[in-house]
Design a protein around this ligand. Structure first.
Ligand code: ZN
Length: 169
């Protein structure tokens, strides 16, 4: 496995509409494994392929639901994901991005979304996500269309190095 280089704003690849994944081959499996390793090393909770310079509709998420350090993180691989349902309820919270180090912003998101995607082997899956997981999915799927949270944020602010360590997704 390998840790990949995370590209940062204003790298043009972050602004491209990423291509559909068509081959679920060993190359894709290696890319998924490397993206998880990169995400853990960062550390973060979500990473989209355009963030490592690959224009592909691929997202990995590793997220622990509660504050308990012993809780097992949940891992998601979303290939060619689509949001098929969005809650009317909106919530505003602070998020950051590995491609925008040192910044955070207040962003309004749907409280819940249903995502249709394929897993890393091409098997269809559907996930109903709420709250923070729903936020992560919306943020990461935006990356596949070249959209960054700063495009949606009500407010963007600079973080102190201490604060930056707290916000890692
Ligand atoms: Zn991001």
């Amino acid at each position: 496995m390998a840790i990949l280089n995370i590209v940062t704003f204003p790298e043009p690849s972050l602004r491209l509409k990423a291509k559909q994944v068509t081959k679920f081959d060993t190359e894709l499996q290696t890319l998924v494994d490397n993206m998880f390793e990169t995400l853990r090393a960062a550390p973060g909770v979500g990473l989209a392929a355009p963030q490592i310079g690959e224009s592909l509709r691929l997202v990995v998420v590793e997220y622990t639901e509660d504050e308990d350090e012993n809780a097992k993180p949940k891992k998601y691989v979303l290939v060619n994901p689509e949001i098929i349902k969005r809650s009317e309820e909106m919530v505003t919270d602070v998020e950051g991005c590995l491609s925008l180090p040192g910044l955070a912003g207040r962003v309004e998101r749907h409280q819940a979304v249903t995502v249709k995607a394929k897993n890393r082997f091409g098997k269809p899956l559907k996930i109903e996500a709420q709250d923070w997981l729903a936020r992560i999915f919306q943020h990461e799927i935006d990356h596949l269309d070249g959209v960054l949270y700063i495009d949606r944020a009500e407010e963007v602010f600079e973080l102190t190095p201490e604060e930056a360590e707290q916000i890692t997704d």
